[in-house]
Design a protein around this ligand. Structure first.
Ligand SMILES: C[S@@+](CC[C@H](N)C(=O)[O-])C[C@H]1O[C@@H](n2cnc3c(N)ncnc32)[C@H](O)[C@@H]1O
Ligand code: SF4
Ligand code: SF4
Length: 379
C-alpha cells in the first residue's frame, strides 16, 4: 500500500496485476490493523475501486537497431527526419551488428527490433541479422517497416523465422490521398496494403501502427475496422513533437485529452506488474527497458531521446554500454522528477521523458500529461 499526501492510498496487488484506489477511512484501517486482518479484508473486498485506465509495457528489455538511416519515403512527422537523401554513411558492418546483438542479448535484452529509416533498404543484411538474432537467445525479433518494399523473395527468406518474428508496419489512413500525403510518396498506400495482405496470407505475425497527427486525426476508426476485417492487430499513438514531428503535432490540449502516462491494458483495467514496479524504485523503467543504436553506432536510451547521446558502440566499445544505460535510467527515476517522488502512483506511472522534454524543454519536470493533474483519473 502506498499512501498519498491527501490521506487516501493506492494498493498494488501483484497477484492480480492490478491497483486499487482506497479511500481515507480504509487507508486508516489498514494502517491500524494491517492488510491480512479479516475485518480489513471484508471491507477491501467490497470497496476497493478498480480504476479503468492504467497499464504498462511488457517486461522484456528491447534493443532498437536502426540498421539504415535513410528511407524511401519522407513522412511529414518523422522523428529521425529520415528521407531518401539522408546520408547512411559510417554504417556498422554486418559483423559489428552481430557483436552488438550478442552483447545486448547477454545483458538480458529479450527483444530486438530492426528499424530505420527503412530497414528494407538493406534486405540482404536484414535477413542475415534476423538469422543472427534467431540463433541467439532473443525471445522476440521485430522488423519495423513501411512495407512498401516487401517482395515475395524477401517474404520467402524470412518465413523460416516466423515463430519468433513479428512485422510491424505503419499505416496512416484508409484513404490513399491522406496516407500518401503523409508519406509524400504517391502509391505508397497501395504498396503497403497489398504487401500487408500478402504477408498475412503467408502467415506472418503482423501488427499495424497508426501515428495520429493533424492530417489523419479523423482516420482511426476506419483503419481499426479495416484491420479487424483483415484480422491484423493494430495499435495507435499520437505524434511526438520530435524531429519533423515538431512542425506537425496536435496542440497540447489535444494531447491531454488523449494521452496518459498511465496506459490502458487490452481490457481497459489497471495493470501493474511487480518487476516493473520494483524497477521504478531505482530506475526510469522505460529508459531501463530500451536501448537504441543508430546505423553509425550512436547509442541512445530510446529512439525518441536523440538529445541524450550515451556514446558510440564502435568508438567507445561495447563493454561499458549497459553501465551507461543503467546510469541514465537511474538519473531519470521518478524520485528525481519534480513532484513525482512521493506520488502514490509512481510505481505504475510510465511517462515518456523525451515527450516531456519536447513539451517543456526540461528533462526533469513532471509530465504536463500527468493523469492526476489533467483529471484523466480521479484519485
Ligand atoms: C521511424 S519509423 C521506422 C520504420 C519504418 N520506416 C516505418 O515508418 O514504419 C518507426 C515508426 O515511428 C513512427 N514515428 C515517426 N516519427 C514519429 C513521431 N514524431 N512521433 C511518433 N511516432 C513517430 C513512424 O510513424 C513509424 O510508425
Ligand atoms: S516514419 Fe518511417 S517511412 Fe516515414 S520517413 Fe520516417 S523512417 Fe521513413
Ligand atoms: S506524472 Fe503524475 S501520476 Fe505520474 S508519478 Fe508523476 S505525479 Fe504521479
Amino acid at each position: 500500500m502506498v499512501p498519498s499526501k491527501e490521506g487516501t492510498s493506492v494498493l498494488y496487488n501483484y497477484s492480480q496485476n492490478k491497483i486499487f484506489f482506497l479511500e481515507k477511512d480504509i487507508t486508516d484501517l489498514i494502517k491500524e490493523k494491517g492488510l491480512s486482518d479479516p475485518s480489513t479484508l471484508n471491507i477491501l473486498g467490497s470497496s476497493a475501486r478498480i480504476n479503468e485506465n492504467i497499464g504498462c509495457d511488457g517486461l522484456e528489455r528491447k534493443l532498437f537497431c536502426e540498421i539504415v538511416d535513410n528511407c524511401n519515403l519522407k513522412c511529414n512527422h518523422c522523428y529521425g527526419s529520415f528521407c531518401p537523401s539522408s546520408t547512411d554513411r559510417n554504417s556498422l558492418t554486418k559483423e559489428q551488428w552481430k557483436e552488438v546483438l550478442t552483447y545486448f542479448n547477454e545483458q538480458e535484452f529479450g527483444v530486438v527490433q530492426f528499424t530505420g529509416g527503412e530497414p528494407l533498404l538493406r534486405k540482404d543484411e536484414l535477413v542475415e541479422l534476423v538469422e543472427s538474432a534467431y540463433g541467439l537467445d532473443f525471445k522476440g525479433i521485430e522488423i519495423f517497416s513501411n512495407c512498401t518494399l516487401f517482395e515475395e523473395e524477401l517474404m520467402g527468406d524470412l518465413e523460416r523465422f516466423q515463430d519468433k518474428l513479428k512485422i510491424r508496419c505503419s499505416i496512416y489512413s484508409t484513404e490513399e490521398e491522406i496516407h500518401d500525403s503523409i508519406t509524400n510518396y504517391p502509391g505508397s498506400y497501395t504498396q503497403t496494403l497489398n504487401n500487408l495482405i500478402k504477408l498475412k496470407e503467408k502467415g506472418f505475425d503482423l501488427e499495424t501502427i497508426t501515428i495520429l497527427m493533424e492530417e489523419n486525426k479523423e482516420s482511426l476508426k476506419e483503419i481499426q475496422e479495416l484491420m479487424k476485417s483483415l484480422d491484423i492487430s493494430h495499435s495507435y499513438d499520437l505524434v511526438k513533437p520530435i524531429g519533423r514531428g515538431k512542425q506537425n503535432y496536435s496542440v497540447i490540449e489535444d494531447l491531454k485529452k488523449n494521452y496518459s502516462t498511465l496506459r490502458d491494458d487490452e481490457d481497459g483495467s489497471i495493470v501493474v506488474r511487480k518487476p516493473d514496479a520494483e524497477l521504478s524504485e531505482k530506475y526510469n523503467s522505460c529508459f531501463y527497458k530500451t536501448a537504441s543504436i543508430t546505423s553509425s553506432g550512436d547509442l541512445y536510451p530510446c529512439i525518441f531521446s536523440r538529445d541524450i547521446l550515451l556514446g558510440n558502440v564502435i568508438k567507445d566499445g561495447l563493454s561499458t554500454t549497459n553501465e551507461a544505460l543503467l546510469e541514465n535510467a537511474e538519473r531519470f527515476a521518478h524520485k528525481n522528477i519534480e513532484g513525482c517522488g512521493d506520488c502514490e502512483l509512481r510505481y505504475a506511472c510510465n511517462d515518456c521523458r523525451p515527450l516531456v522534454h519536447s513539451l517543456t524543454d526540461d528533462w526533469f519536470s513532471k509530465s504536463p500529461l500527468c493523469p492526476k493533474e489533467t483529471g484523466m483519473i480521479n484519485v
